[in-house]
Design a protein around this ligand. Structure first.
Ligand SMILES: [Zn+2]
Length: 143
């Protein structure tokens, strides 16, 4: 019997399917809930263990060897965990980027007076800042 996700009651009945996912109705609290979806089939303890290994600097292949969990699954878990992080965790890199931007704009301004070419600056900046951005136009950012 499926346990109610709201009140943990076992007084539940099947209540039809939607998009292939079984829906249940709880007779105890009267609310509906969906079948617990575990795409990888691993218990949360295993997932947490693998995330801990990753946080301790272990590579995905090494985690696969010691835990038996496919490295692709671990990568997905890490992605999910990163998306679930609160906004505050991203403040430090963002402010670092702004500092870099200001340093770049500042150095460009000072170089403009001296007449020396500053074409290297935006290239270095775009590489160091967001190496994953594929657009070559990104080099014009802040210009
Ligand atoms: Zn319930």
């Amino acid at each position: 019997m499926m346990q109610c996700s709201h009140c943990q009651s076992n007084q539940t009945v099947k209540n039809g399917r939607r998009n292939g996912i079984q829906n249940y109705l709880c007779r105890s609290c009267g609310r509906q809930f969906r079948e617990t979806h575990r795409p990888q089939g691993y218990p949360p303890e295993v997932k947490q263990h693998c995330l801990n290994l990753y946080l301790n600097g272990m590579g995905f292949r090494a985690i696969e060897r010691v835990s038996g969990v496919c490295h692709n699954t671990v990568i997905n878990w890490v992605k999910q965990a990163e998306q679930a992080l609160p906004e505050e965790d991203y403040e430090i890199p963002e402010s670092a980027q702004i500092d870099e931007l200001q340093a770049f704009v500042g150095s460009k301004k000072s170089k403009a007076g001296s007449g020396s070419p500053s074409i290297q600056a935006p290239l270095t900046f775009s590489n160091g800042w967001l190496a994953t951005v594929p657009s070559p136009r990104f080099g014009c950012f802040g210009a």
